[in-house]
Design a binder for this molecule. Structure first.
Ligand code: BMA
Length: 371
């Protein structure tokens, strides 16, 4: 693995010094939110700053786990690679059900396979990012169970729920600590918990808890994982809808608890509406990121079934171009849910356009990230 050795050495020498605000510098010396972050995590963080000046990192959820008409057989198949000849530079995964000690996640991805794919992706220079569609610790329902608006409060105030939650976090920490390179070093990852908080469809959303409780849950969770030794995490805070920087800031858990800010955005109506919404959200996220010394990203996006053959170059691209967006993540290509896919696949009418999109110099794929 060609690590960015020079960056590493420079970074290690400079850690502790004041972080520069100059993103144009070749070698940045940023310190992640976790002051005890591992050297590889500091490296990754700085590498991502360097990359943000070059282009947007292209990501896909569950890319190696399954695709249209196939399920992982250990052979690193990928719909994105099938179309473009290169893999995403960022692989999204979901930890939902890990908290229960289940063998497979909520979308049937075996955690052992996920780990193998993560190790492979890291060894090939790519970045791994986790969302967490965790269960509801109060009702035993799923993430979408909003029958009670006392869930977050209960984790913080009801000892029985808190105890269960700590057990969940123990399992999360065990998994984070099991992600290791061949030499035993922890693999640095992005962790993006409690996402789309400005919505009303998850038990942690704004409709379900106070500002104080949301922030407290976030900090409790991150502190707990760090205390267990998971110093290999860059933390990502992703909103759903918003219009102003005040809305964006309202539930922000603080600079010591976040490395990347951004939002999830899907194309539901017209291309014009998506671009307009993207522009508003991106401008706010970028401004907030600059003010707080963070990266900004499109944490989830896509147009389900991609009914527009030129969507990648005529809708997605104009929305993010030239804004120093760190990364974007297309949502998953479900193998068992017809019409639930967001990346193109071989034979799909948008394949040529996705290929043209990823071949741009300012769109970064796995081959562009030889760490
Ligand atoms: C949603 C859908 C669900 C899935 C969940 C977690 O957006 O894709 O089918 O279970 O994400 O991955």
């Amino acid at each position: 693995m060609k690590h960015y050795l020079l960056t590493t050495i420079a970074t290690l020498l400079l850690v502790g010094c004041a972080a520069t605000e100059n993103r144009d510098e070749k070698t940045s010396n940023r310190v992640p939110a976790d002051k005890e972050a591992t050297a590889a995590t500091v490296e990754l963080y700085n590498y991502m700053y360097d990359l943000a000046t070059k282009g947007v990192i292209f990501g896909h959820q569950d890319d190696l786990a399954y695709g249209i008409g196939w399920v992982d057989e250990g052979n690193y198949r990928s719909d994105v690679e099938g179309v473009t000849g290169d893999y995403p530079a960022l692989f999204g995964w979901d930890l939902g059900m890990l908290e229960l000690g289940a063998a497979n996640n909520l979308d049937n991805v075996p955690f052992d396979d996920m780990r193998r794919n993560i190790i492979w992706a890291d060894a090939h220079g790519a970045i791994n990012s986790f969302s967490w569609h965790g269960r509801n610790p109060l009702t035993d329902g799923d993430s979408w169970d909003v029958s009670s608006d006392k869930v977050v409060w209960s984790i913080l105030n009801d000892e029985a729920v808190a105890e269960r939650y700590r057990l969940w976090l123990d399992r999360m920490a065990d998994f984070m600590l099991s992600l290791r390179r061949a030499d035993g070093e922890l693999i640095p990852v992005i962790f993006r918990p409690y996402h789309e908080l400005s919505g009303n469809w998850f038990w942690w959303c704004a409709s379900q808890c106070s500002v104080e409780d949301y922030v407290a849950l976030w900090r409790y969770t991150i502190d707990y994982l760090r205390d267990k030794g998971a110093h290999n995490m860059l933390i990502s805070y992703s909103m759903a809808g918003y219009e102003t920087i005040e809305e964006f800031a309202e539930r922000y858990p603080g600079d010591d608890y976040v490395d990347i800010v951004g939002f999830d955005i899907y194309h539901y109506s017209t291309g014009e509406a998506y671009i307009a919404e993207m522009t508003v959200r991106a401008d706010v996220a970028r401004q907030f990121a600059e003010e707080h010394g963070k990266l900004w990203a499109v944490c989830e996006t896509g147009y389900e079934t991609i009914p527009d053959d030129d969507w990648f170059t005529t809708v997605l691209l104009p929305g993010i171009e030239g804004k120093q967006c760190s990364h974007l993540l297309l949502w998953r290509n479900a193998f068992n849910r017809p019409n639930h896919f967001y990346a193109s696949y071989p034979g799909h009418s948008s394949a040529e356009d996705m290929k043209n999109f990823v071949q741009r110099d300012d769109v970064l794929m796995m081959n562009d990230l030889q760490r």
